[in-house]
Design a protein around this ligand. Structure first.
Ligand code: UD2
Length: 310
């Protein structure tokens, strides 16, 4: 029996992870999610899943849950997930992306709670605009937004707690994750979900900038394999790993691929770049590749699966 807690488990990445973990019939999962971005429809329909609609920013609630339930694996995915949203809501971002997670690790320390592994989702945003490409985990960081500051601060806190108190914890820097269950409903949603929604439903799409910005688009199935691998690999501890495809693609190029896959033309317009936006992002994934479980779905294949899912 393995007991998992997934914060943000009703969201895009968390619900894909839950689907995958449930393939082991000894797994039970508790999902804590405030449904700010996620939805009940994402949550796997299984008697082995318990859903709690609650914010992770309720420290007393989260501490009591951890003390009472004693999870084996704790996966911290709940977040204000948009860089642009964090620019608009710095205080909420700080409370969700940093304080709430610090409360969780501090509860584990203070109460001496035993657990097998804690995973935290940090972000490629911590690398900022520094020119070195591709991004390696040992390169300098440059957190340019509250989003990046809070992700980096939590990453450091987790690694420091792991070292100081011998707690088994690991962090990963997600690059641009896409795939089934990604919610296009908000202007802050991941760009590929907005693009696909625009194409499928004949809506207009706005490029912020000229579309030449590049991202490392990583398929959600690969991200799920990476999280699961990091949780179950004892030597992956007190460290941070890029989770990426390791390929650099411009937004314009990916828009063209989606036009081809859907057979529809994009109704595109252009506006100035978003504040806090990074122009280029591209990862060196060799550190996680060396652990042996990372998969790299080619972009064409991942996009085709995504298009087929909507
Ligand atoms: C993504 C993640 C973030 C973080 C980061 C790591 C989301 C929502 N955000 O931030 O959590 O991990 O990657 O690097 O997944 N854009 C448009 N039109 C639109 C929407 C976006 O042109 O309608 C542009 C946007 O200005 C940016 C690019 O597309 O240049 C990607 O935007 P995003 O919000 O999908 O992701 P990003 O890279 O800001």
């Amino acid at each position: 029996m393995a007991k998992y807690l997934i914060t943000g488990g009703a969201g895009f990445i968390g619900s894909n992870l839950a689907d995958s973990l449930l393939k082991d019939d000894k797994t039970t999962i508790t999902i804590v999610d405030d449904l700010s971005m996620g939805s009940v429809a994402n949550i796997p329909d299984s008697s082995r899943v318990t859903f709690i609609e609650h914010s992770i920013t309720d420290h007393e609630f989260m501490s009591s849950l951890l003390i009472e339930k004693r999870y084996d694996y704790i996966v911290l995915l709940a977040a204000i997930a948009s860089v642009a949203d964090s620019v608009d809501r710095p205080f909420e971002t700080h409370q969700v992306n940093q304080e709430a997670n610090l409360n969780i690790i501090e509860t584990l320390r203070r109460e001496k709670l035993p657990f097998k592994k804690l995973f935290f989702s940090s972000s490629a945003a911590v690398y900022g605009q520094l020119p070195e490409m591709p991004k390696r985990e040992d390169q300098a960081v440059q957190p340019l937004t509250q989003y990046a500051v809070d992700k980096y601060a939590t990453e450091r806190a987790i690694i420091n707690y792991g070292r100081l108190y011998n707690m088994p914890m690991v962090c990963a820097r997600f690059f641009n994750v896409y795939g089934p269950k990604q919610n296009p409903a908000s202007p802050y949603s991941g760009v590929l979900s907005i693009l696909l929604d625009a194409l499928v439903n004949d809506k207009p799409f706005t490029f912020f900038g000229d579309g030449s910005q590049t991202r490392d688009f990583v398929f959600v199935g690969d991200v799920v394999n990476a999280i699961s691998g990091l949780l179950h690999t004892p030597m992956a501890v007190n460290d941070v790993y890029n989770i990426a495809n390791g390929k650099q693609t411009s937004l314009m190029a990916v828009a063209k691929q989606l036009e081809q896959l859907t057979g529809k033309p994009l109704k595109a317009s252009f506006k100035p770049e978003r504040s806090g936006d990074i122009h280029d992002s591209f990862a060196d994934a060799s550190k996680i590749n060396a652990l042996g479980f990372m998969t790299h779905t080619p972009l064409e294949k991942g996009l085709a699966q995504y298009v087929a899912s909507v």
